[in-house]
Design a protein around this ligand. Structure first.
Ligand SMILES: C[S@@+](CC[C@H](N)C(=O)[O-])C[C@H]1O[C@@H](n2cnc3c(N)ncnc32)[C@H](O)[C@@H]1O
Length: 251
């Protein structure tokens, strides 16, 4: 029988290889443009659901304090190894759940969360809880930038499909199924090890799609004074059939 690992555990050492086509540099440039639009100076910045740290490590501006957390200890482990090798600054990295952030009230200037991470919150009440937590830890005038996949992309684009990607040392199979607002993605990886043999890894990832109006209303309820929504990687309003929406909220 196939062993299914908990999401973002067995896959963690191969996550960066799977994401090698993602332009994190451009993505973070976009995130930082919102920060600069709303703040003159920023001392501290937090990456929520940082995974292996690709968001934080691609920031261009200089800050005094870098913080990052993720629920998966395995993803954090990969991030920490990369920091040892490349980083000029030393972020404070920890394991935590976005619904209960172990930071003091009003303690962080900016928070961001990229790459559908918050779609992993499968119940709207958990997303609401997260927004309240982020509001609590942000300082007055603090900015929160994040993105979310829409219901449309999970239902229509991901739908029920199978996709296969091949590399010299890895084959990945991506099987998606959409049901009642939630997309279930079964990832199977075959990875070649040093001895030439392949190992198999299976994980199931789930995402709930969220639409603009419900997200903006949750942000308002959490207390944010300014809330904005953009078509991802643009400065235009989202469309009816947007795949991913970028949000900006100011405390
Ligand atoms: C698609 S990965 C994105 C990682 C990283 N932000 C990036 O852009 O590469 C989603 C991440 O969200 C994390 N995650 C999911 N639910 C979480 C939660 N409730 N609290 C903290 N992290 C969570 C997962 O462990 C995973 O590392």
């Amino acid at each position: 029988m196939v062993k299914i690992s908990k999401n973002f555990t067995s896959i963690a050492p191969y996550y960066d290889l799977l994401m090698k086509r993602i332009n994190y540099r451009e993505w973070m440039f976009y995130v930082e443009s919102f920060i600069k639009a709303h703040r003159k100076t920023t001392r501290s910045i937090l990456d929520i659901a940082c995974g292996t740290g690709n968001g934080l490590m691609n920031l261009r501006e200089n800050y005094e304090i870098y913080l990052a957390f993720d629920r998966s200890i395995e993803m954090i482990r990969v991030f920490k190894k990369k920091i040892d090798r490349y980083a000029s600054h030393s972020p404070i990295i920890f394991v935590a759940d976005a619904r209960k952030i172990p930071l003091l009230d009003n303690s962080v200037d900016v928070a961001f969360s990229i790459f559908d991470s918050l779609n992993n919150l499968l119940r709207p009440k958990d997303l609401k809880k997260t927004f309240k937590e982020v509001y609590r830890i942000l300082s007055h005038g603090g900015v929160f930038v994040f993105d979310l996949n829409t219901v449309h992309v999970l239902k229509e684009k991901w739908g029920t499909k199978t996709r296969i990607e091949e590399d010299e040392d890895m084959v990945s199979i991506w099987r998606t199924r959409y049901h009642a607002g939630v997309s279930e993605l079964h990832i199977t990886l075959f990875v070649r090890k040093e001895n030439g043999r392949f190992i198999r890894i299976d994980e199931i990832h789930r995402e709930r799609g969220y639409n603009r109006d419900e997200v903006l209303s949750m942000l308002k309820d959490a207390g944010f004074r300014i809330t904005e929504a953009y078509e991802h990687l643009t400065y235009s309003p989202p469309k009816k059939d947007s795949f991913r929406i970028n949000y900006v909220a100011v405390k």
